[in-house]
Design a protein around this ligand. Structure first.
Ligand code: F6P
Length: 564
């Protein structure tokens, strides 16, 4: 039994959950006119209504007791001041310093990191302006019109999600996009090949984004991109190298400047970050260069400012008014006391279409852990499965299961009050769906209501009896509604930082390390072993394989099928 599940705060929640299981939100609203007013928070441009949850004041009080008992206030200070809370890797976790736009120093080990953070930001500003203005020329003397970010995981998902979310800011007043952003992450050559088909190489800047600069996928893609560039630059490789084609078309974002130099990228064209920036928390760092080039440095800085504002809110606000803490506690309520396995992210804003994928890594790579700080397996649920799609597409796909399936799926709905593309009545229609879905999920439809509806449609009694049970919606499905005025860089920064801190709070309560990712290693190790076997198998199909029978047979089948 873990200390957490033995703690009085946990036990009190367990006890309370027995009676809470029969709470009906519909009734709670009917008997408590102040509920919607009380269960909402507004900060950093985000208005969050969490009243459609299976909670009472007592639930919230007990959840806050749990947060307090977990030492959340001290943990927050350790995060912001750079204590090595990534204890398995002995590292601080300081993505908040990357967006610290105040004059306050951040000095883990007594050394202020802010001067070097600001120096990289200045370098990013100067470089992005050179690219956007057309001052930086490619090997043919033409300005850069495409950037291709080559990276994976945190070195891809943040830049993709943010550039997509901020697309309106990539256009000038005449609607022209200064620089088109592209992304290559998958080692499947198709990803690179399709991007290379869409660009003119002499007007393309490749950004090799890799914290470690050793990631197999990224290095393979970068080498192939370099070969394509050198071929396009003409002459033989030596000529192209000598003409400085690589220097004009490749920059690197990394903590590993030695490996950057070994790749052939001038370290003058490298943008540094540090081991205290986790990959999935790195879009605020040099990893955000493609964002700054795409939307302009000013907008990138607004994005940082939004994150910084959320940091201030999170650090200074007691649990009761604290947005990330509240969302974290609600997640724990359903995951640990209602056995919910997943959490849906449902943005009613097409520009946020990659947010679910981004949060999948942020949350699942952080809190997908089963061993507590002391080294033993936990006896409670930790991180949920994060998934989602933009509304209204999801409505015509998986919402059926959320409404009528057997699983409880807490969900975050989010929408802007203003659209960047106010065409006809689209936005009104979109928002009517946004409001309708959370209402429907909460209110549901009783058997009597279903029967009455069918009767009103003129159906005979026998058919009503047969059909009505299928038309019942149990309701009482929990949701949070997140409204903001418009999807601006600032709002996006606050939204992302809100989720980062939610993940942090949950990790503290679950007593796990949210900042390593050792679960990705085993597959990588085995792939390294299998790669030379595939190479040998191409020459000799009888190559010795020492895996389990299934894996051996699959490899042999592949070898037999790969040609002809
Ligand atoms: O998937 C594991 C991981 O280490 C992620 O945490 C990281 O974001 C990604 O690989 C890419 O790593 P890098 O930036 O070092 O290439």
């Amino acid at each position: 039994m873990s200390a957490l599940t033995q703690s009085p705060a946990w036990k009190a929640l367990q006890n309370h959950s027995k009676s809470a299981a029969s709470l009906k939100m519909k009734e709670l609203f009917a008997t408590d006119p102040g509920r919607a007013e009380r269960y909402r928070l507004e900060t950093c441009g985000l208005y969050v209504d969490f009243s459609k949850n299976i909670i009472t004041d007592e639930t919230l009080g007990l959840l806050r007791d749990l947060a307090e008992a977990s030492g959340i206030d001290q943990a927050k200070e350790e995060l912001f001041t750079g204590k090595k809370i990534n204890f398995t890797e002995g590292r601080a976790v300081l993505h908040t310093a990357l967006r610290n736009l105040s004059a306050a120093p951040v000095a883990p080990d007594g050394q202020d990191v802010m001067p070097k953070v600001r120096a990289v930001l200045d370098k990013m500003r100067d470089f992005s302006e050179k690219i956007r203005s057309g001052a930086w020329l490619g090997f043919s003397g033409k300005p850069i019109r495409h950037v291709v970010n080559i990276g994976i995981g945190g070195s891809d998902l943040g830049p993709v999600m943010v550039t997509e979310a901020l697309k309106p800011y990539s256009r000038d007043s005449s609607g022209q996009v200064a620089v088109q952003a592209h992304f290559v992450s998958n080692v499947d050559a198709t990803h690179l090949a399709e991007v290379l088909r869409a660009v003119q190489l002499d007007q393309t800047l490749f950004i090799v984004a890799s914290k470690t600069f050793t990631t197999q996928e990224t290095m393979s893609n970068a080498l192939s991109a370099r070969a394509a560039l050198l071929a396009a630059a003409g002459g033989d490789t030596a000529d192209a190298m000598a003409s400085g084609a690589v220097a004009k078309h490749f920059v690197a974002l990394s903590t590993n400047l030695e490996a950057v130099a070994a790749f052939g990228i001038d370290t003058a064209n490298a943008f540094e970050f540090w081991d205290w920036v986790g990959g999935r928390y790195s879009c605020w760092s040099a990893i955000g260069l493609s964002i700054a080039i795409s939307v302009g440095f000013g907008h990138f800085k607004d994005f940082l400012a939004g994150g910084h504002d959320m940091d201030k809110h999170f650090r200074a606000t007691p649990a009761q008014g604290n947005l990330p803490v509240t969302l974290a506690l609600l997640g724990i309520w359903y995951g640990d006391f209602f056995d919910a396995q997943t959490h849906a992210i449902l943005p009613y804003d097409q520009y946020l279409h990659r947010l679910p994928a981004y949060l999948q890594q942020a949350d699942m790579e952080s809190n997908g852990k089963s061993v507590g700080k002391e080294g033993s397996r936990v006896d409670y649920q930790t991180g949920p499965i994060i998934w989602g799609e933009p509304g209204t597409n999801g409505q015509h796909s998986f919402y059926q299961l959320i409404h009528q399936g057997t699983k409880l799926i807490p969900a975050d709905f989010m929408a802007p009050a203003q659209s960047h593309n106010p065409i006809n009545d689209h936005h009104r229609i979109l928002l009517s769906n946004f409001f309708a879905q959370t209402e429907a999920l909460m209110v549901g439809k009783t058997l009597a209501e279903a029967e009455a509806e069918l009767k009103a449609s003129g159906m005979d009694q026998e058919a009503i009896k047969r059909l009505a049970p299928h038309k019942v919606f149990e309701g009482n499905r929990p949701t949070n509604s997140i409204l903001f005025k418009k999807l601006t860089p600032h709002v996006l920064g606050s939204l992302v930082a809100m989720y980062e801190h939610k993940i942090f709070v949950q990790g503290i309560i679950w007593n796990i390390n949210s900042y390593d990712q050792m679960g990705v290693e085993l597959g990588k190790q085995l792939a390294k072993k299998i790669l030379p076997e595939l190479e040998a198998g191409e020459k000799d199909a009888k190559v010795a394989l020492k895996h389990d029978a299934s894996t051996n047979t699959l490899i042999r089948k592949y070898l037999a099928e790969r040609e002809g």
